[in-house]
Design a protein around this ligand. Structure first.
Ligand code: ZN
Length: 136
């Protein structure tokens, strides 16, 4: 067992290893695999193979800086999705009492009380005034 561990450690030396993108690809792989059980498309199956091959290739790759950059790109993308999802959940939770509107000047999303009609509001971030329409 010790010898095997040492061998594995030597083999992995200088190789990239596992990262968040790898985990995401693996999760995506299993989701798509479950989906493929239903549609059973050969091209889709090929795509699945490609996904797992690329995921494993990345782990054993020696081009560490390139793999690292890929992972950073993925993390940036994932953070954007997470922010959007969190906002969507908040919007839904507040649907009876508040409305969310984007400031046309700085793009900040404002949480405004739900008052029907057209109102003037001031963005707390950039202090620009703009009109808000709340229909329902
Ligand atoms: Zn603003």
């Amino acid at each position: 067992m010790e010898r095997l561990k040492r061998k594995l450690a030597r083999f992995m030396q200088g190789r990239y290893g596992v990262d968040q993108l790898y985990v995401a690809m693996l999760i995506l792989y299993f989701i798509l695999l479950a989906l493929n059980q239903r549609i059973n498309n050969p091209y889709f199956g090929l795509l699945l193979w490609l996904l797992i091959v690329v995921a494993i290739y990345r782990v054993f790759s020696k081009n560490v800086s390139k793999r690292y950059a890929e992972n950073q790109k993925f993390l940036k993308f994932w953070r954007r999705i997470k922010t959007k999802l969190r906002l969507a959940v908040k919007r839904l939770a507040d649907i009876r009492t508040h409305r969310y509107r984007k400031c046309p000047n700085c793009q900040t999303v404002l949480r405004l009380p739900r008052k029907r009609g057209v109102h003037q509001t001031k963005c707390p971030r950039c202090t620009k005034r703009f009109q808000v329409k709340v229909r329902f």
